[in-house]
Design a protein around this ligand. Structure first.
Ligand code: SF4
Length: 177
């Protein structure tokens, strides 16, 4: 809440100190981290746009953080530690989200989705469950070295074209997601 703080600057432009403007506001704001993502299965009822959008899919965040620790990556640093949603939690979010939205595609999101320790079982389980409904699966952010043929087969098994976004890595590119 920027309005609760005044920033005082040093003559050389650096920040001298940050001062609360009202009583009861902490001088230092502590980071709060949700450790059990299964306790926070949100969004439960995502908005469905009336207009056609580029990514028409139900997005489910399957984990936060990243195991890779690339030194140039801000997202990998500020979302530590790695916290995974369980297969059960992901399955429930997908089921509830598809019912609430009518989407025909599910995006399994994270910073590097194929790095979920149970991604093979997640992909197989969802492909099994939605084979008849032709619901597509996509991995919008995937490291090439974490991908494999078995995963590709599960993502395309129901006959729908699947979305894959590979993330080539290069330290000079900043965030190369
Ligand atoms: S660049 Fe990608 S793989 Fe590396 S830490 Fe960031 S999110 Fe993880």
């Amino acid at each position: 809440m920027p309005k609760f703080y005044d920033v005082e600057y040093l003559p050389d432009g650096r920040i001298g100190r940050v001062v609360p403007t009202i009583s009861g506001v902490p001088w230092r704001v502590s980071k709060h981290t949700v450790m059990d993502l299964d306790e926070w299965p949100y969004p439960k009822q995502p908005l469905v746009p009336l207009a056609e959008t580029v990514h028409e899919r139900m997005s489910v965040e399957i984990f936060r953080g990243c195991t890779r620790g690339c030194r140039f990556c801000q997202a990998g640093m500020i979302t530590r530690p790695v916290r995974e949603r369980s297969i059960t939690g992901i399955g429930e979010m997908v089921e509830r989200g598809l019912k609430a939205t009518g989407f025909e595609e599910v995006g399994l999101l994270s910073l590097s989705s194929a790095d979920h320790t149970e991604i093979a079982d997640i992909a197989k389980g969802l492909a099994d469950r939605y084979e008849e409904d032709k619901v597509g699966l996509s991995l919008p952010s995937t490291r090439v070295d974490a991908f494999n043929i078995d995963l590709a087969n599960e993502l395309t098994r129901n006959g729908r074209r699947s979305g894959l976004t590979f993330a080539p890595r290069a330290a000079a590119s900043g965030s190369a997601r």
